[in-house]
Design a protein around this ligand. Structure first.
Ligand code: CUA
Length: 164
């Protein structure tokens, strides 16, 4: 049998233990905080992405079912189209965001939405808006001199039941 020094054995066990602890920490954080990793959903041609037939030709909110929406957002220097979306509280919104020109970012404050927006690629994430209020969406990837002016908002309106 191969001889492993006692101290080396201790260090090997310790390294394995640390790895397992890290994996558990990542799993716990992702499940309890609802972290979603944005993946590549779809590829598009940034040159034709706003032509008729493309969902970004008329970007905006579409209702799929009561309380369920999808939002197509077009990013370009230095604006999001649309730059305002209104949904009732308790809504679940899936965002499909793409860029017409350069790389942008898409982050909605106080939600789990935080992704890069790359021309040629569609970024997708889903968020639930339970609390009425205004949620700011910002571009958080530097995209030129007007980068700091690139923002919009999600207005979550109180539902009838909550307003009464
Ligand atoms: Cu778009 Cu920064």
């Amino acid at each position: 049998m191969m001889h492993v020094d006692r101290y080396e054995q201790i260090w090997i066990r310790l390294s394995v233990f640390v790895l397992i602890a890290f994996i558990l920490a990542v799993l716990t954080a992702s499940v309890s905080a609802g972290i979603q990793v944005p993946g590549v959903v779809q590829r598009v041609d940034p040159n034709t992405v706003t032509e008729p037939g493309s969902p970004w030709a008329e970007p905006g909110l579409r209702e799929l079912a009561p309380g369920k929406y999808e939002a197509y957002i077009l990013a370009q220097i230095w604006v999001f189209t649309p730059d305002e979306i209104r949904v009732p509280a308790g809504s679940e919104v899936t965002f499909y965001v793409t860029s017409k020109d350069v790389q942008h970012g898409f982050k909605i404050l106080d939600t789990n939405i935080n992704m890069m927006v790359i021309p040629g690629q569609v970024s997708k994430l889903t968020a639930r808006f339970d609390e009425p209020g205004t949620y700011t969406m910002v571009c958080h990837e530097y995209c030129g001199v007007g980068h700091h002016t690139m923002y919009g908002r999600i207005v979550v309106e109180p539902t009838q039941a909550a307003a009464e």
